[in-house]
Design a protein around this ligand. Structure first.
Ligand code: GRF
Length: 192
Protein backbone atom coordinates (compact mmCIF):
# COMPACT_ATOMS: atom_id res chain seq x y z
CA UNK A 1 0.00 0.00 0.00
CA UNK A 2 1.36 3.39 -1.02
CA UNK A 3 0.00 5.86 1.46
CA UNK A 4 -0.40 9.64 1.22
CA UNK A 5 -1.02 11.53 4.45
CA UNK A 6 -2.97 14.79 4.33
CA UNK A 7 -2.37 17.28 7.15
CA UNK A 8 -3.03 20.86 8.22
CA UNK A 9 -1.02 21.13 11.41
CA UNK A 10 1.61 19.74 13.74
CA UNK A 11 1.61 16.25 12.35
CA UNK A 12 2.15 14.11 15.42
CA UNK A 13 -0.07 11.42 13.90
CA UNK A 14 1.81 11.70 10.61
CA UNK A 15 5.11 11.33 12.46
CA UNK A 16 4.05 8.13 14.15
CA UNK A 17 2.60 6.63 10.98
CA UNK A 18 5.72 7.47 8.95
CA UNK A 19 8.10 6.13 11.61
CA UNK A 20 6.12 2.98 12.29
CA UNK A 21 5.86 1.91 8.68
CA UNK A 22 9.44 2.88 7.98
CA UNK A 23 10.61 0.69 10.86
CA UNK A 24 8.41 -2.20 9.72
CA UNK A 25 8.64 -2.66 5.95
CA UNK A 26 7.09 -6.10 6.44
CA UNK A 27 3.75 -4.39 7.07
CA UNK A 28 3.69 -3.54 3.39
CA UNK A 29 2.88 0.16 3.76
CA UNK A 30 5.06 2.95 2.41
CA UNK A 31 4.30 6.60 3.13
CA UNK A 32 5.10 8.02 -0.29
CA UNK A 33 3.74 11.56 0.03
CA UNK A 34 2.59 14.11 2.60
CA UNK A 35 0.22 16.83 1.48
CA UNK A 36 -0.53 19.96 3.48
CA UNK A 37 -2.96 22.77 2.87
CA UNK A 38 -0.76 25.05 5.00
CA UNK A 39 2.75 26.04 4.03
CA UNK A 40 3.61 26.53 7.72
CA UNK A 41 2.37 23.16 8.95
CA UNK A 42 4.91 21.50 11.26
CA UNK A 43 4.11 18.21 9.58
CA UNK A 44 6.01 19.38 6.47
CA UNK A 45 9.22 19.52 8.47
CA UNK A 46 8.56 16.13 10.03
CA UNK A 47 8.11 14.61 6.57
CA UNK A 48 11.12 16.37 5.08
CA UNK A 49 13.35 15.17 7.92
CA UNK A 50 12.27 11.65 7.05
CA UNK A 51 12.74 12.02 3.29
CA UNK A 52 9.02 11.77 2.61
CA UNK A 53 8.15 14.01 -0.38
CA UNK A 54 5.77 16.86 0.43
CA UNK A 55 3.33 19.04 -1.45
CA UNK A 56 1.43 22.14 -0.38
CA UNK A 57 -1.97 22.50 -2.03
CA UNK A 58 -3.66 25.83 -2.59
CA UNK A 59 -7.37 26.24 -2.08
CA UNK A 60 -8.16 27.10 -5.72
CA UNK A 61 -6.18 24.20 -7.10
CA UNK A 62 -7.75 21.83 -4.58
CA UNK A 63 -11.35 22.78 -5.24
CA UNK A 64 -11.32 24.16 -8.76
CA UNK A 65 -9.08 21.73 -10.56
CA UNK A 66 -8.30 18.06 -10.34
CA UNK A 67 -4.58 18.48 -10.74
CA UNK A 68 -3.92 16.82 -7.41
CA UNK A 69 -5.01 13.53 -8.96
CA UNK A 70 -2.04 13.69 -11.32
CA UNK A 71 0.30 14.29 -8.37
CA UNK A 72 -1.16 11.36 -6.47
CA UNK A 73 -0.82 9.22 -9.55
CA UNK A 74 2.79 10.19 -10.09
CA UNK A 75 3.60 8.91 -6.58
CA UNK A 76 1.50 5.76 -7.16
CA UNK A 77 -0.69 6.62 -4.18
CA UNK A 78 -3.37 4.03 -3.57
CA UNK A 79 -4.58 4.99 -0.11
CA UNK A 80 -5.05 8.30 1.71
CA UNK A 81 -5.00 8.94 5.46
CA UNK A 82 -6.26 12.31 6.65
CA UNK A 83 -4.47 13.19 9.87
CA UNK A 84 -5.62 16.55 11.14
CA UNK A 85 -6.60 17.77 7.65
CA UNK A 86 -9.18 20.51 8.05
CA UNK A 87 -10.56 21.05 4.55
CA UNK A 88 -13.62 19.26 3.27
CA UNK A 89 -12.49 16.74 0.66
CA UNK A 90 -14.00 17.51 -2.77
CA UNK A 91 -16.08 14.89 -4.61
CA UNK A 92 -13.52 14.26 -7.39
CA UNK A 93 -11.00 13.11 -4.80
CA UNK A 94 -13.46 10.90 -2.96
CA UNK A 95 -14.50 9.29 -6.24
CA UNK A 96 -10.88 8.60 -7.13
CA UNK A 97 -10.31 6.82 -3.78
CA UNK A 98 -13.51 4.91 -3.06
CA UNK A 99 -13.15 3.24 0.33
CA UNK A 100 -9.50 4.17 0.14
CA UNK A 101 -9.50 7.27 2.30
CA UNK A 102 -9.63 7.36 6.09
CA UNK A 103 -9.97 10.19 8.56
CA UNK A 104 -9.33 10.24 12.29
CA UNK A 105 -11.65 12.29 14.46
CA UNK A 106 -10.82 13.10 18.10
CA UNK A 107 -14.22 12.15 19.57
CA UNK A 108 -16.71 9.34 19.66
CA UNK A 109 -18.77 10.14 16.56
CA UNK A 110 -21.57 10.82 15.89
CA UNK A 111 -21.17 12.96 19.01
CA UNK A 112 -18.97 16.03 18.59
CA UNK A 113 -18.68 15.80 14.82
CA UNK A 114 -19.59 17.99 11.88
CA UNK A 115 -18.50 21.37 10.61
CA UNK A 116 -16.47 23.39 13.10
CA UNK A 117 -15.94 20.38 15.37
CA UNK A 118 -12.19 19.96 15.19
CA UNK A 119 -9.23 20.12 17.54
CA UNK A 120 -9.77 22.27 20.63
CA UNK A 121 -13.44 22.93 19.80
CA UNK A 122 -14.19 19.25 20.24
CA UNK A 123 -12.47 18.94 23.59
CA UNK A 124 -13.98 22.16 24.93
CA UNK A 125 -17.46 20.91 24.03
CA UNK A 126 -16.78 17.52 25.64
CA UNK A 127 -15.67 19.32 28.81
CA UNK A 128 -18.62 21.74 28.77
CA UNK A 129 -21.04 18.81 28.65
CA UNK A 130 -19.35 17.06 31.58
CA UNK A 131 -18.72 13.87 29.61
CA UNK A 132 -17.16 11.02 31.55
CA UNK A 133 -15.51 9.59 28.45
CA UNK A 134 -14.29 10.65 25.04
CA UNK A 135 -12.33 8.85 22.38
CA UNK A 136 -11.49 8.52 18.73
CA UNK A 137 -13.26 7.50 15.56
CA UNK A 138 -11.47 6.34 12.44
CA UNK A 139 -13.82 6.41 9.48
CA UNK A 140 -13.97 6.36 5.72
CA UNK A 141 -14.29 9.76 4.13
CA UNK A 142 -17.36 10.73 2.20
CA UNK A 143 -18.77 14.03 1.05
CA UNK A 144 -20.01 15.26 4.43
CA UNK A 145 -17.80 16.06 7.40
CA UNK A 146 -17.37 13.08 9.72
CA UNK A 147 -20.15 10.94 8.26
CA UNK A 148 -18.41 8.08 6.44
CA UNK A 149 -18.62 4.51 7.74
CA UNK A 150 -16.74 3.92 10.95
CA UNK A 151 -13.83 1.50 10.88
CA UNK A 152 -12.69 1.79 14.48
CA UNK A 153 -13.58 3.52 17.72
CA UNK A 154 -11.84 3.54 21.10
CA UNK A 155 -12.85 5.32 24.28
CA UNK A 156 -10.92 6.82 27.15
CA UNK A 157 -12.29 7.65 30.59
CA UNK A 158 -12.08 11.26 31.67
CA UNK A 159 -11.59 12.67 35.15
CA UNK A 160 -14.06 15.31 36.26
CA UNK A 161 -11.20 17.76 36.75
CA UNK A 162 -9.59 17.20 33.31
CA UNK A 163 -9.13 20.44 31.39
CA UNK A 164 -9.84 20.50 27.64
CA UNK A 165 -6.06 20.38 27.15
CA UNK A 166 -5.78 17.24 29.26
CA UNK A 167 -8.68 15.67 27.38
CA UNK A 168 -6.86 16.49 24.14
CA UNK A 169 -3.72 14.74 25.43
CA UNK A 170 -5.60 11.61 26.44
CA UNK A 171 -7.35 11.46 23.09
CA UNK A 172 -4.17 12.11 21.11
CA UNK A 173 -2.46 9.22 22.87
CA UNK A 174 -5.27 6.96 21.68
CA UNK A 175 -4.88 8.29 18.14
CA UNK A 176 -1.16 7.57 18.18
CA UNK A 177 -1.69 4.06 19.46
CA UNK A 178 -4.36 3.15 16.96
CA UNK A 179 -4.25 4.96 13.62
CA UNK A 180 -1.27 3.05 12.26
CA UNK A 181 -2.74 -0.24 13.50
CA UNK A 182 -5.97 0.35 11.63
CA UNK A 183 -4.07 1.25 8.47
CA UNK A 184 -1.97 -1.86 8.84
CA UNK A 185 -5.06 -4.03 9.24
CA UNK A 186 -6.69 -2.56 6.14
CA UNK A 187 -3.50 -3.05 4.14
CA UNK A 188 -3.30 -6.66 5.30
CA UNK A 189 -6.92 -7.39 4.42
CA UNK A 190 -6.59 -5.77 0.98
CA UNK A 191 -3.67 -8.11 0.24
CA UNK A 192 -5.59 -11.27 1.12
C1 GRF B 1 -5.83 15.13 15.91
O1 GRF B 1 -6.48 15.27 17.13
C2 GRF B 1 -6.81 14.62 14.88
O2 GRF B 1 -7.75 13.76 15.38
C3 GRF B 1 -7.47 15.89 14.47
O3 GRF B 1 -6.44 16.84 14.43
C4 GRF B 1 -5.41 16.47 15.35
C5 GRF B 1 -4.13 16.40 14.57
O4 GRF B 1 -3.03 16.29 15.38
N1 GRF B 1 -8.27 15.68 13.28
P1 GRF B 1 -1.60 16.10 14.75
O5 GRF B 1 -1.41 17.18 13.68
O6 GRF B 1 -1.54 14.73 14.14
O7 GRF B 1 -0.65 16.27 15.88
Amino acid sequence: MNLAIFVSGGGSNARIIIDRFHAHPEYGIAVVLLISNKATAGALMIAAERDVPTLVVKRDAFYQSEELLADLKSFDVDFIALAGFLWLVPPYLIKAFPNRMLNIHPALLPAYGGKGMYGPNVHRAVKANGETESGITIHYVNEAYDEGDYVFQAAVRLDAEDTPEQIAERVLRLEHANYWRVLRKLAASSQE
